[in-house]
Design a protein around this ligand. Sequence first.
Ligand SMILES: [Zn+2]
Length: 387
Amino acid sequence: MQTLEINDNGSLVEMIQLSLSRAGFFDSAVDGIFGPVTQRAVVDFQNSFGLPADGIVGINTWDKLSVFIKGYCYKSLGFKLIPTNISYSYELVKNLTDGLKKRYSFITADKIGSSTMGKDLPLLVIGNGNKNLFITAAFHANEWITIPIILKFAEEYLEAYSKGKTIAGQKAEFLFNNVTLHIAPLVNPDGVDLVTGALQQGEFYANAVKISNDFKDIPFPSGWKANILGTDLNLQFPARWKTAKAIKYAQGFSQPAPRDFVGFAPLETNEAKAIYNYTAANSFDMILAYHTQGKEIYWKFADFLPHKSKEIAESLSCASGYELEITPDFAANAGYKDWFIQTFNKPGYTIEAGIGESPLPLSQFDEIYSANEHLIVRAMKETIERI
Ligand SMILES: [Zn+2]
């Protein structure tokens, strides 16, 4: 963990403020700015926990604070784990997946590979069913709001299962016993850290700044979708990749860019390769790839029509209120769901959550979440009943 102190800012400072607030030392607004109020709270926290009270969050203070992110110390600390009011970072996701595993020891918390910068690509596996559903989020860096959508779903589902309750009108136990849910909540950790300000120094950061200088009309870092090397991870899959390349190069994306660069070859990025390998190693009955924005569901690739894929798309649309869309031909290439449909002939959907310019504001979160809680539960039910 990097050391943070007065005048720092970004999603890691938000994480500190959240944990101080959960611990009872901070009651101001979480704003991601390490100012005097935050420093005072850190000092109080350090005094209370017998740490040197220097107001600087180094490794020992992080360690104590992380208890309040993981929400567990020998037993659950009671509060809801998944925050929906702060920006996300790799460190936050790691703490939260650890925390979910501690509270619900029967789940699997693992990784599917490593990012360009060597961060884990986290994985959660929940349930005992014969049907397998894979949900991915944050392929695109500035679409990081998709992370708390999926993690909050995991938390609500696990709580409902543990208490014998329902989620979106379905018995959680029925879903749990019939579907194995695989979740990769953070496909692009380096890119998300760049967008939310957890990454503000070092050679990868400097390289990203250099890349963005050639694309002045794309705001930096908020317009960044790619991985940290400037390759768009959802244009990396071997499904008409050459077509995608021709189109994107013609649009001016012929070199590493904040978005829309297909790479020099398919699957050359660690992150896309990890998703490819994990998908190839499992027999998924369905995949949902979470993106923002548009309140739309992209359900088709070329002329492929997997069994019941249209009916299931209509069902997901009814559950969420999101419109069904067919990707225009010039854009329907080299995406993860395109490759999944082409290769496995099973239903795969890109969910474009929320509406507006990415990164979407957290003020939309509750509305987005409720639509997608219904959508995911419906997807689980459809894998049981129709596939
Ligand atoms: Zn996207």
